[in-house]
Design a protein around this ligand. Structure first.
Ligand SMILES: CC(=O)N[C@H]1[C@@H](OP(=O)(O)OP(=O)(O)OC[C@H]2O[C@@H](n3ccc(=O)[nH]c3=O)[C@H](O)[C@@H]2O)O[C@H](CO)[C@@H](O)[C@@H]1O[C@H](C)C(=O)N[C@@H](C)C(=O)N[C@H](CCC(=O)O)C(=O)O
Length: 489
């Protein structure tokens, strides 16, 4: 792209030095700079990208976007702006030619359920024969190929690049998990969403946002950023059973589609039944009531499919076609995912790492448990992150017959400090603390008897554990199966 054209999008800037004619790439990491690139210096949480500007020039950057004039050696122009963070979104969207405008963009936000709802919507698109891309906690899924990503919501550059790639690969839609960090840090600048979905808001990430009010407001940006252009066919999907929905409804002029189980909603579930490893309910819709039988387990999945139904209905897909897809949906990876085993116990893997998600995972499993059997719940939490939620996590876990408190990604925190904080919230004595997660998983198997249900919570789909700053291979399911074979077979 011509440098003049790319930079014409910046209204407030000072250019020092001679601009090159073309810019071949945009980069925010000096380690990935290609020749003839524009490098944007981002002030990070750990280091300042301005300190890597010279490295970027050495690697071939011909333009540096910076917040102050830098002493640089080499042939390079400097573009001085007030905020490189904000500039990143503007330049990334322009460089990739605003790709989100050419796709049906669905953004899903909320504390829990983002991965499931986004995955369900993506699977329904694929089931309907529409090419769709998916980005979120599990990475970037482009036509079935999964690319890793460090964040649920990637930085603005990577975000625009993913959408561009989806467009170039012929996708009609892209479904994105939208985190509150992503919204607050401007990672979604320039993404033109068509449908914004809210799942729920409960305690998490207060280390970053400070208060629930701030956290809720950050999520609200997804709805306010839909804009005011009423000629656009945009929609908002809100959970009628979550009080924050009323706030979000005020933030946008676009049509609101509600879903829920308890309060009045446009898409409402009644007569929910959890039997024989299936979930049954009646779905009330603007076109009548439809009985649903699906493989996704538990009440939280009823919410998830209602949200997905609202999205497709808003985009004018026929209800029957969506229901057909809902009934075929496979479980979402790592979300109350039943581990396929020959063992005489049922094992579920779940990503739950917030009090609310723990409550939901346990409530999803309880209806499938016989009175004479136990529900064993193993839960861990990450080191060095929001500590205030720990006792409440254990409080919610106390509903299980036996609880094992452990770690998730301990990082630099001592095992005992994590499990000790969790233990403060336990409501009964039927629990133990085992900081080493692999040992904790083995312990769960050692105390299980035929017919029992075990939920391994916290890591979900992840196949590693971060101890200090190293990622070690770790799979709850694999450890459980091996231990189970030794015990039961
Ligand atoms: C706290 C936080 O959000 N950190 C994010 C931030 O990292 P950072 O601030 O540490 O970046 P940095 O390492 O200081 O680097 C600053 C700049 O210097 C550049 N640099 C750095 C080194 C070098 O040699 N050369 C160079 O140019 C970097 O590319 C960057 O542009 O920028 C990185 C790149 O975009 C992110 O991957 C990283 O997310 C980290 C991994 C993270 O854990 N974030 C969490 C808090 C987060 O965002 N979570 C949310 C919510 C998840 C949920 O819903 O549960 C998410 O969306 O993932």
């Amino acid at each position: 792209m011509y440098a003049e054209e790319l930079l014409s999008t910046l209204m407030q800037k000072r250019i020092v030095g001679q601009l090159p004619r073309v810019i071949k790439d945009v980069a925010i990491d000096s380690r990935s700079v290609q020749p003839s690139s524009l490098f944007i210096c981002i002030k990070g949480f750990t280091v300042d990208g301005h300190d890597f500007a010279q490295k970027a020039v050495d690697a071939g950057a011909t333009v540096i976007v910076t917040e102050r004039l830098l002493q640089l050696e080499g042939e390079v122009a400097q573009v001085i702006v007030n905020s490189t963070d904000r500039t990143l979104g503007i330049l990334a969207a322009k460089f990739f030619d605003y790709p989100s405008k050419d796709l049906t963009m669905i953004g899903v936000t909320g504390t829990n359920g983002k991965t499931s709802v986004a995955g369900i919507i993506h699977n329904i698109f694929v089931g309907l024969g529409e090419k769709s891309a998916l980005s979120g906690t599990i990475g970037f899924n482009l036509n079935g190929v999964l690319y890793e990503s460090a964040n649920t919501t990637s930085d603005a550059l990577n975000t625009q690049q993913m959408i561009f790639r989806a467009k170039m690969e012929g996708c009609r839609a892209m479904v994105m998990e939208v985190s509150s960090h992503g919204l607050q840090l401007g990672r979604l600048a320039g993404v033109d969403y068509d449908v914004a979905v809210f799942t729920n808001l409960t305690h998490d990430h207060l280390d970053f946002h400070g208060t629930m009010e701030n956290y809720g407001n950050a999520k609200g940006l997804l709805f306010s950023q839909l804009g005011q252009d009423l000629e656009k066919n945009k929609h908002v999907v809100l959970n009628a059973d979550d009080a924050w929905s009323a706030r979000y409804a005020e933030m946008t002029p676009f049509p609101i589609w509600t879903y829920g189980i308890n309060n009045d909603a446009i898409f409402k579930a009644e007569n929910c039944r959890y039997e024989n490893g299936m979930t049954y309910f009646d779905m009330i819709t603007p076109e009548g009531t439809f009985p649903i039988a699906m493989h996704l387990l538990g009440e939280f999945n009823v919410y998830n499919v209602l949200a997905a139904m609202a999205v497709f209905y808003a985009r004018q897909f026929p209800i029957e076609a969506i229901i057909e897809q809902i009934e075929k949906l496979p479980p979402v990876k790592g979300r109350m995912e039943k581990v396929d085993t020959e063992l005489p116990i049922q094992i579920f893997i779940d990503y739950a790492h917030t009090p609310d998600a723990i409550e939901k995972a346990i409530n999803a499993a309880l209806p499938y448990k016989k009175r004479e059997n136990k529900l064993i719940f193993l839960v861990g939490t990450g080191g060095g992150r929001d500590k205030t939620k720990r006792p409440t996590m254990a409080e919610k876990a106390s509903v299980a017959d036996y609880v094992i408190l452990t770690t998730d990604d301990p990082r630099y925190e001592e095992f005992d400090s994590i499990t000790g904080d969790l233990a403060k919230g336990m409501q009964h004595d039927n629990f133990t603390c085992i900081g080493d997660r692999a040992e904790a998983v083995k312990h769960a198997i050692s105390i299980a008897e035929p017919g029992d249900i075990i939920i391994f919570a916290g890591k979900g789909h992840e196949d590693y554990q971060i101890i200090e700053n190293t990622k070690y291979p770790h799979s709850d399911a694999q450890i459980a199966i091996e231990a189970g074979k030794l015990k039961f077979v």
